[in-house]
Design a protein around this ligand. Structure first.
Ligand SMILES: Nc1ncnc2c1ncn2[C@@H]1O[C@H](COP(=O)(O)OP(=O)(O)OP(=O)(O)O)[C@@H](O)[C@H]1O
Length: 606
C-alpha cells in the first residue's frame, strides 16, 4: 500500500458543475462545515465499530473532531482521528463517490427545471467544500496496518493530484483554502455559530477554539427509562432558553418500519399561534438539518416544540416530492397517533390534571380535530368543553347531560354557547332560567371547531345564546300563547319600523315569556357564522353581505301594553326606550344613542 504519485481527471462529463452548484446553493454556503464535520464524525464512528467488531486492535485514543482556522494562511481545517483513507480509497471515495454526488445534484437540478425550488440542504457531502474553497487538500493516514499517508488536492474542477502525505497519526485533515469571496468564514464567531447550529448534538466531541462545542448525548438519543422529568425540562431550556416550562412531552422512539427518535414538547399555547410555529428542529443522526419542518410535520403539530431525528426523511429532494414521500407520510401518521395516545393517556390517568391544563392544550387539540380526521377520531373522546360555571365535560358527557332539557322538536340536541359571557349575559341568564346550560366557546378556532362537531355528531347542533329569542333558540313543541290580536300586532310592527327607521332591522312581534325583555335583538346563527368564517379564512364574500338583525317585540310584556295604550309622543319615546334596553343588554349602546338614553331615563323618572 504505497502511494504512487498521480495526476488524473475525475470522470464526470460535465466540466462546469461547480459554478452551477455554487450559484444555486448560494444562501446555504455555510453547510460545507456541517458536511465536513459529519464526514469526520462518520470516520470516527466507523473506527469505533471496527474496533468493537475486533477488526481494529490498535488504540482508539480520545476520539474527536477538531475544527480550526488560520486567518493569515486563509485556511479552515477539519481534522479527525477516525479511519483515514489510503490513496486507493481516496480515488474510490473522493474521486468517484464525492464527485458523483455533485453530478447527481446537477441532474436533479436539471429535472426540477428552472422555477422549481431545490431544497437547500441537499447532501452534497465532501464536494460542498468547494462552495467556499478555491482549493481543497486532504491529508490522511488510514487505520490499516502499514498504510502510507496520502495527500489529495483539487481546485474543484475535474482535475486532482495525489501525492505522498504528511500525516503521522491515524485520521484525516480536510484543509480548505478559502476563496476570496468566502473570507467571511475565516472568523471565530462565524465558525462557532455554524458549528453550534448544525453540530450542537453530533455524537462525537467537536473541539473548536480550545473547547468542546457539542453535547454528544442529547436526551432523544437516550432511552426514556433512563430519563427523569428534570432531564426533559433541562433539555427544553437548552433548546429554548427563554421559554416557559412546557406542559408535558412525548419521547418518540421507533425502529420499524422507519427510524425515528425525538422529543416533542407541548408548550403553553397563547392565542397568537404564529408565536409557536417553526420551533421543531429536524435532525438526521444527530446532525441538524432544518427547523423548517413545514412539509414534514402536519400543520397542527407544528405548534409543538422539540426535536425529531430520522435518517429516513429524504432531504435531497424538492418540497412537493417530500409531501408525497411514503416515509414522510408514515412518520406523520405515527407522530399524530403518538400525540393523540399521549393526550388520551393523560386524560385517563389524571382527569383533574387534564382539566387544569385544558385551557393551554385545548387550542392544540381543537386544531388537530379540525385539521386531521384520524386525530379527530381519537380526540373526540378526550376533548373538553367548559360551561359558564367552569365545569368541564367531554362532548359525549355533555350531550347526555343536556339532552333531557335541550332537545328540540326535531330530536336534535341543541348546545348553546357564548363567545363573550360578559356581553351576552342577559341571554345567558335567560337560558339558565329555562334550565339550559351554556358553553364557553371563545377561542380563536372555535368557530371551526363548532362546524367540525356538527358535521361529526349526528343530531347535535350548536347555537350561540344570543342568536335567537329564547323560545326559538331551542325550538320545542310547546307554544307560548300571545295576548295581542292581529290588528294590534300589525300596528306595533309599523310603529317600530317608523320610529327606528333602519332597513337593516327585521322587526316581528312574538309571544315570549313575560320575564323576557320587551324587545330582543338577535343576529341569526347562520349569518354570524358566515361572518366569522370570512374572518378566519373562509369565503370572504360572506363577510360583505349586509347584516340583518332580528328585532323581536315581546307581545306579552307589560311595557308592550303600555306602548299600545300610549299617545303618539309617549309611544315614540317608549319604543326608543325598549329598543335601547335591548341594545344595552348586549353592550351595543354607545355614543349619542347612549346619551339620549340616559336623558330619556332621567325624564321618565321625573
Ligand atoms: N474525514 C474522512 N475520513 C474518512 N473518509 C472520508 C472522510 N471524508 C470523506 N470520506 C470518504 O469519502 C466519501 C464521500 O464523502 P461524501 O461526503 O461526498 O459522501 P457521503 O458522506 O458518502 O454522503 P453524504 O455526504 O452525501 O451523506 C465518504 O463516504 C467517505 O468514505
Amino acid at each position: 500500500m504505497t502511494v504512487t504519485e498521480e495526476k488524473g481527471t475525475i470522470s464526470i462529463h460535465t466540466e462546469n458543475i461547480f459554478p452551477i452548484i455554487k450559484k444555486f446553493l448560494y444562501s446555504d454556503h455555510e453547510i460545507f462545515l456541517r458536511e465536513l464535520v459529519s464526514n469526520a464524525i462518520d470516520a470516527v464512528q466507523k473506527l469505533k465499530r471496527l474496533s468493537s467488531l475486533g477488526e481494529y486492535s490498535g488504540e482508539l485514543g480520545e476520539l474527536k473532531v477538531k475544527v480550526s482556522f488560520d486567518e493569515a494562511a486563509k485556511t479552515i481545517t477539519v481534522s479527525d482521528n477516525g479511519i483515514g483513507m489510503t490513496a486507493d480509497e481516496i480515488k474510490k471515495y473522493i474521486n468517484q463517490i464525492a464527485f458523483s454526488g455533485a453530478k447527481e445534484f446537477l441532474e436533479k437540478y436539471k429535472d426540477a427545471g428552472e422555477g422549481n425550488q431545490i431544497i437547500g440542504n441537499f447532501g452534497l457531502g465532501f464536494y460542498s467544500a468547494f462552495m467556499v474553497a478555491e482549493r481543497v487538500e486532504i491529508q490522511t493516514l488510514s487505520f490499516r496496518e502499514g498504510a502510507q499517508a496520502a495527500r489529495w488536492a483539487s481546485e474543484g474542477n475535474t482535475e486532482f493530484e495525489i501525492t505522498k502525505g504528511e500525516r503521522t497519526e491515524r485520521g484525516t485533515d480536510i484543509i480548505l483554502h478559502v476563496a476570496e469571496d468566502s473570507k467571511e468564514f475565516l472568523d471565530k464567531f462565524r465558525l462557532e455559530n455554524i458549528l453550534k447550529k448544525y453540530s450542537r448534538f453530533m455524537p462525537v466531541a467537536i473541539e473548536f477554539d480550545g473547547k468542546v462545542i457539542n453535547n454528544t448525548a442529547p436526551i432523544w438519543a437516550k432511552s426514556p427509562n433512563d430519563l427523569k422529568d428534570e432531564d426533559y425540562l433541562a433539555f427544553y431550556k437548552e433548546l429554548y432558553p427563554f421559554s416557559e416550562d412546557p406542559l408535558f412531552w412525548i419521547h418518540l422512539n421507533v425502529d420499524y418500519p422507519f427510524n425515528l427518535t425525538g422529543v416533542l414538547y407541548f408548550p403553553k399555547l397563547k392565542n397568537d399561534l404564529s408565536l409557536h410555529r417553526e420551533k421543531i428542529q429536524l435532525y438526521s443522526r444527530q446532525v441538524f438539518i432544518t427547523d423548517e419542518v413545514k412539509d414534514i410535520v402536519p400543520e397542527f403539530l407544528m405548534l409543538l416544540h422539540g426535536v425529531i431525528d430520522s435518517p429516513d426523511i429524504p432531504l435531497n429532494v424538492s418540497r412537493s416530492y417530500l409531501q408525497a414521500d411514503s416515509n414522510v407520510k408514515k412518520i406523520n401518521t405515527h407522530i399524530t397517533k403518538k400525540v393523540a395516545d399521549k393526550l388520551s393517556e393523560l386524560f385517563k390517568a389524571d382527569r383533574k390534571g387534564f382539566e387544569e391544563k385544558f385551557d393551554d392544550i385545548g387550542l392544540f387539540i381543537k386544531y388537530g380535530m379540525v385539521a386531521d380526521d384520524k386525530f379527530y377520531e381519537k380526540a373526540k373522546d378526550f376533548v373538553l368543553v367548559k360551561n359558564t360555571d367552569n365545569q368541564y365535560a367531554t362532548i359525549e358527557e355533555y350531550r347526555q347531560k343536556v339532552e333531557p332539557v335541550q332537545t328540540d322538536k326535531e330530536g336534535s340536541v341543541v348546545m348553546l354557547y357564548t363567545t363573550d359571557p360578559g356581553k351576552q349575559d342577559t341571554f345567558i341568564q335567560s337560558a339558565k332560567k329555562r334550565g339550559y346550560d351554556v358553553l364557553q366557546l371563545n377561542g380563536i378556532l372555535d368557530s371551526h371547531f363548532i362546524n367540525t362537531l356538527e358535521s361529526k355528531f349526528e343530531k347535535v347542533s350548536l347555537k350561540r345564546v344570543d342568536s335567537d329569542t329564547i323560545d326559538k333558540l331551542i325550538n320545542k313543541e310547546e307554544t307560548i300563547s300571545g295576548i295581542l290580536n292581529d290588528e294590534e300586532k300589525k300596528n306595533l310592527k309599523e310603529w317600530f319600523e317608523q320610529t327606528l327607521n333602519d332597513k337593516n332591522l327585521s322587526i316581528s312581534v312574538s309571544p315570549l315569556p313575560t320575564d323576557e325583555l320587551p324587545v330582543t335583538i338577535t343576529l341569526p346563527e347562520f349569518m354570524r357564522r358566515m361572518q366569522d368564517m370570512a374572518k378566519t379564512g373562509g369565503n370572504p364574500m360572506f363577510g360583505s353581505f349586509p347584516t340583518t338583525y332580528q328585532v323581536t317585540i315581546n307581545e306579552n310584556h307589560t311595557l308592550t301594553q303600555e306602548i299600545l295604550k300610549a299617545d303618539e309622543a309617549k309611544r315614540g319615546q317608549l319604543i326608543r326606550h325598549v329598543y335601547d334596553l335591548a341594545l344595552l343588554s348586549q353592550n351595543l349602546l354607545s355614543g349619542s344613542h347612549l346619551t339620549s338614553f340616559i336623558q330619556r331615563t332621567l325624564d321618565l323618572t321625573k
